[in-house]
Design a binder for this molecule. Sequence first.
Ligand SMILES: Nc1nc2c(ncn2[C@@H]2O[C@H](COP(=O)(O)OP(=O)(O)O)[C@@H](O)[C@H]2O)c(=O)[nH]1
Ligand SMILES: [Mg+2]
Length: 635
Amino acid sequence: MKQIIIGTAGHIDHGKTSLIKTLTGINTDRLKEEKKRGITIELGFAYLDLTNNQRLGIIDVPGHEKFIKNMVAGATGIDLVILVIAADEGIMPQTREHLDICSLLGITHGLVALTKIDVVDKEWLSLITEDVHKYLQGTFLSEVPILPVSVVNGDGIQKLIKALNNIVQTLKEHRPISIWRLHVDRVFTMKGFGTVITGTGIGETIYIGQEITIYPKKITAKIRGLQIHNVEVRQAYNGQRIAINLQGIEKTTITRGDMVARSNSLKPSFLVDVKVVALKNMIRPLKHRMPIRFHAGTNEIIGYIILLDRDILKPGDNAYCQIYLKKKVTLLAGDHYVLRSYSPVTTIAGGIVLHPHPNWHKRYQPEIMKNLHILHVGPAQKKIAVHASLTGNTGVSINDLICLVNLPREKIKELISDMINKQQLICYDIENHKVISVSIQTNLIKQALKLLANFHQHEPLKIGMSREEFKQRLTIKLNSKLYNYIINKLIKDNQVTIEKDIIRLCNHEISLKKEEQIIKERIEETYHKAGFTPPQFKRFIENEKDKNKTKKILSILIDEKILIKIKEDLYYHHKALEELKTKLIEYLIIHKKINIAQFKNIVNISRKYLIPLLEYFDTTKTTIRVNNERSLRKQ
Ligand SMILES: Nc1nc2c(ncn2[C@@H]2O[C@H](COP(=O)(O)OP(=O)(O)O)[C@@H](O)[C@H]2O)c(=O)[nH]1
Ligand SMILES: [Mg+2]
């Protein structure tokens, strides 16, 4: 069943609280001071049962201009408003301000109760009705019924209930079912139970026993009990007004304005990107960097407005801008907010959140304005694409996107896999569902290939670059998952090869100039001819003109496995080494064991070669050494 919450609105003393009491039997003025002074200060809560078993939640708001802050907190998240106007006074300042606030908060349904008709005559009533009718033109209430009522004699009350019933039938569930959250509007302690918070739960269903997080402090607590309209329940659905008994948390750690949510992916932020709509009746234009009061959820925070594409926002105009706050807020894209001027305090503008935790933007940047436009009115996949490009090399996860696009997890998953199939997104971290945009991948690949190409150009005599050096020389620093993903992709696409921790372009070959080829042949021939007794390389190089080049060519011969390094400065031609190895193995097959003297007998070379050779055969696992003898290592 859809969950409907009604809010009152209207000037002080116009009969909001009295009307709710008449409709529900509940006096929403609970505070001693409220009862004594006869005015509403805090939000009041009641419920009304309609004939079709529908129970409506009701939030009664204060009308006094001093308590507008509480009014905004209450009006956030209501489905329909009863705008209360006293027939004797007619439209007053807070009638206007409350209606403005409701429209800025995106409320689209409601009706008007013209109260206290028992104290005015018929003629006056029709004048006032005409007045109200005119005033409502151009607002979201222009077509709604204006219902005359009196709580003194009960006139019109039944008609009002009927009208409410009719509207409720037409309302559709409109809250997105993304992560569960609640803007705290009350915190109190109950004897024997501990801390209780109340608010309207939005999003998925929640259950007793679930763990929740209190933002922006990021404290976790467990749900011990749930109540809806004073009835104990085990679970609560999207849009229900609930009281939550929290386990293991002090009352003082939570205040109105905090947000409680289930996910740990919410990010409290000092900065938000918003669409702002200035009221037509805003007294002064809004200037860049002007201080404002930002109301969102149940919060009021002082901040500054940063106009991105202009210096002044005139009454009735709208724009994309950033709001910098003195305290962190925790919001989702699509949340509504209201701006009030710093001083004198009046409601001046409002709109919706486009990005709940953006970076600072430079002003007058067409690219930024284009992105904000997509975040405002674009289809969900375009929004995802913007977030993927904004998050660059880090990428964005499904958990982040639930808040950034404000859609259910399943829907986000579906949209993302479609984008992956269409090759618009790349999932580089399957475990954490992290994606980057294809253009980021393209850039990374381009950079990696360029780095290798440059390396090959400058070091034509080297086969490639060490993996370590490669990672360090990439100018973009990547997390290791993305780094590995990119390397594997390059290997899979046959663009690079990694051998023995040396990375190179697949098509790279060492091409030697003629004189280099001659040096190469000279080294090879020398070592080939030397057989079992090769020269020390430092002796060989003494006669070479270009010593550096000769060293580089030596390493090519080693890379090509033509020469084999036995130890520092001692290299064997591979054919000589093969021959030695064969002799050694043949001997060991027959005799099982060999010592240095026995090896000397077969190959007839000095100890200066014998010992390094035997050690080489040990380390390359041909032989195994026990005391001073070697035997064949089992393969
Ligand atoms: N005569 C008359 N008085 C009313 C009616 N509704 C409210 N009042 C009185 O108007 C005053 C303010 O009412 P209240 O409900 O507190 O107004 P709120 O500030 O809008 O909540 C109280 O003294 C009420 O008794 C009505 O229909 N007829
Ligand atoms: Mg009241």
